[in-house]
Design a protein around this ligand. Structure first.
Ligand SMILES: C[S@@+](CC[C@H](N)C(=O)[O-])C[C@H]1O[C@@H](n2cnc3c(N)ncnc32)[C@H](O)[C@@H]1O
Length: 259
């Protein structure tokens, strides 16, 4: 694998935009639990309260999370002595841009959408998002705020029948967003921090955090990205054995500071 991306002399051919094997849904559940979020219970409770729940894995990779998605939920329902029939109200949709072929699963509740760029998600035609997750995707996006704004636009709007939708983004760190007062910031390493709250217009309580999980709830707000300037690579040193550095291969998005 590493020979595909690193030349003989150890220099990098390209940054790998995806992993060779993605996480299963069971692994997602562990990640969310370690951040204090019980994902299966959240999905199940929504399915008990509304006619349909559209779950989205945004940046799903090959879609391995679809392989055990319904099994994990079914096990949880059985443990809680609840009727597994409500699973038929739930759909799973995986979206990725770089991966073109997904794991094959013969289940009408599961589908994938290829060639869809999360940075331009606002323009995509998709069913409303009840629960959307981005697992280990945010660090790799250059236009992080555009992806947040795009997903927010598709969150289901609450009404008498449905609750509003929620987006949950793992691996959020404040260092991933920076602001420059100058359009031509060049290679300057010093840039001001940028709070994700700066893009929320209206009710700011739609944005909250569960440790490293950024959560956006549908509500009386709009998410308006600042003008995008460029990205910086997180510090990475590349060796024959692979990338080294705490945030190797990840990106920092730089936006024009609001005046
Ligand atoms: C590190 S992988 C994580 C995959 C999976 N979510 C997991 O946790 O195992 C990051 C994924 O994000 C996808 N990705 C990166 N940038 C994207 C974009 N702009 N639009 C859609 N998908 C993107 C990559 O193709 C890759 O599959």
């Amino acid at each position: 694998m590493i020979d595909d991306i690193v030349d003989e002399d150890g220099t990098l051919k390209e940054i790998v935009p995806h992993m060779v094997k993605d996480r299963t849904f069971g692994r997602y559940v562990d990640i969310f639990l370690s951040n204090g979020v019980n994902l299966p219970d959240w999905i199940i409770q929504k399915a008990e309260r509304q006619p349909e729940v559209n779950f989205y894995d945004l940046g799903c990779g090959f879609g391995c999370s679809a392989e055990d998605f319904f099994q994990v939920l079914e096990r949880r329902l059985i443990t809680k002595r609840k009727d597994p029939e409500i699973l038929d109200r739930i759909t799973y949709t995986g979206i990725d841009y770089f991966i073109k072929s997904f794991t094959v699963i013969d289940d009408p509740r599961i589908s994938f959408i290829a060639s869809t760029d999360l940075r331009r998600l606002a323009k995509a035609k998709i069913k409303p998002i009840d629960i959307g997750v981005m697992v280990f995707v945010f660090p790799y996006l250059d236009k992080k705020l555009e992806a947040l704004a795009g997903a927010y636009k598709h969150l289901r709007t609450g009404d008498e029948e449905y609750e509003g939708g929620t987006l949950m983004v793992t691996d959020f760190r404040t260092r991933q967003l920076k602001a420059s007062a100058d359009r031509n910031f060049g290679d300057a390493q010093w840039l001001g921090p940028l709070s994700p709250y700066s893009v929320i217009q209206g009710d700011r309580s739609v944005l909250k955090f569960h440790k490293d999980v950024l959560r956006l709830d549908s509500g009386y707000a709009s998410v308006v990205p600042l003008p995008y300037l460029n990205f910086q690579d997180e510090e990475t040193r590349w060796y024959r054995t692979g990338p080294k550095g705490l945030y190797a291969g990840q990106k920092i998005s730089v936006y024009l500071a609001a005046h």
